[in-house]
Design a protein around this ligand. Structure first.
Ligand code: GLU
Length: 423
């Protein structure tokens, strides 16, 4: 039976690397109708924190990384003690104070890694291993081996940084007379600057990505590309399609590069594809937090705004930026834009436009455009002379979606106010 586990230590939040490990485990399990275990490795009672456990579980649920079984190592100390006791009785381990230590026998250890092929280790240099510390808690490697065996984990899929722990763990299996699982060590994830992923280059918590307005499906899609490729140069791939094509043997050995721009691009694609009602639901908490909408907001109106901007967003937070001119009563126009587009001359033309817009009864894009063209002709100008000044005056920006649609959603009242006195 295929059974894998993701085994985070709750001494920090769930980061990109951890989420990628969890995802690859889940893809492997799902591809073979196996079981996915979440094992919280909270043996370090000092450094493990409940807030980290909560964040890890929440983030996994949010990402859709649903587990079949959940264990906490802190609830299993009796089991580790029993196994250690057995090794003591068999003379394979000894006591030093309260600690229980495994004798290491020098030998060659070989593993066959599903991603990296055969790896040989010389255990000559490995010192005797502490199994149980004097405070009664197990060491990481010991608890890991006991649990992987007890839980009948068939394949251990984890980050490459754990390769060096593998020979020690194999020796513990041997001492216990148990058969080790298969191994697959996933490639490192590096930042674009070639250094190990850190806070500086993207390794922030999954919950931070959530707060920045990334969609879970997009993050999952991006994570699967960190070391694996769905083939055919495809980059936008759903989880269920990925599962159909997934093979752990096709995972790269070379380090994966984390690119924030790529992640944003993928997120933008998911936003573009999402239907508007779904997007509204996703945006509501962001809009509320910003104070842009109240309890009794007009959903239909919001739908028009979403429709206009959804093609331009990398994240949900971008929506707040693009639409601030709609939700705020007043806008600030920065000095540079003022100087470039709002000369005295142009301001006069814009007032003229305001007069004309006032007479437009049905304030929709088509009628706004007609009125605009009439004023341009009347003033003997080109459309291009007034497009930018108009956009800057009413939206505070030099770029945006279709100008007349942007003005339509802003509405007549705010448009007129801004054309009369906003500069
Ligand atoms: N608790 C370990 C970690 O978070 C798990 C390593 C493993 O998968 O064996 O790195």
């Amino acid at each position: 039976m295929v059974k894998v586990r993701f085994a985070p230590s709750p001494t920090g939040f769930l980061h990109i690397g951890g989420a990628r490990t969890a995802l690859f485990n889940l893809m492997y399990a799902k591809a073979q109708k196996g079981i996915f275990v979440l094992r919280v490795e909270d043996t370090d009672l000092q450094r493990s924190k409940k807030e980290y456990v909560d964040e890890i579980l929440d983030s996994m649920k949010w990402l859709g990384l649903d587990w079949d079984e959940l264990y906490y190592q802190s609830e299993r100390f009796d089991i580790y003690r029993e196994y250690a006791q057995k090794l003591l009785e068999e003379g394979k381990a000894y006591k030093d104070g309260e600690a229980i230590i495994l004798k290491m026998l020098p030998q060659q250890v070989k593993i066959f890694d599903l991603i990296r092929g055969e790896i040989q280790f010389d255990t000559e240099t490995i010192k005797d291993q502490v199994l149980m510390k004097s405070d009664g808690s197990p060491t990481y490697s010991f608890a890991c081996v006991v649990d992987d065996a007890a839980m009948e984990i068939s394949c251990v899929i984890r980050g490459e940084d754990h390769i060096s722990n593998t020979p020690k763990q194999i020796m513990i299996y041997q001492a216990l007379g148990l058969k080790p699982p298969k191994y697959a060590h996933l490639p490192l994830i590096m930042g674009e600057d070639g250094t190990r992923l850190s806070k500086r280059n993207g390794a922030v918590a999954v919950s931070d990505y959530r707060q920045q307005g990334f969609l879970p499906e997009a993050l999952i899609n991006y994570l699967m590309l960190l070391g694996w490729s769905p083939g055919n140069n495809k980059e936008i791939v759903s989880f269920s399609t990925a599962v159909k094509n997934f093979s752990i043997k096709k995972v790269n050995k070379a380090a994966a590069i984390f690119s924030m721009n790529k992640l944003k691009w993928i997120n933008g694609q998911y936003i573009k594809q999402a239907d508007e009602e779904t997007l509204i639901d996703l945006l509501i908490p962001f809009l509320r937090a910003k104070g842009y909408i109240k309890e009794n907001f007009d959903r239909n109106y919001l739908k028009n705004v979403v429709h206009l901007f959804k093609g331009r967003l990398s994240t949900l937070l971008d929506f707040l930026e693009w639409t601030d001119y709609i939700f705020k009563d007043q806008i600030d126009i920065d000095a540079e834009l003022k100087e470039k587009y709002l000369s005295e001359d142009r301001k006069g033309s814009l007032k003229e436009l305001g007069q004309k817009f006032k007479k437009v009864d049905v304030f929709n894009a088509v009628n706004i455009e007609t009125a605009f063209k009439e004023v341009v002709a009347f003033l003997n100008l080109q459309s291009s002379d007034l497009v930018h000044p108009l956009r800057v005056a009413v939206t505070g920006r030099a770029v945006g979606p279709g100008l007349f649609e942007a003005i339509e959603v802003l509405g007549k009242q705010k448009t007129l106010e801004r054309l009369e006195k906003n500069f």
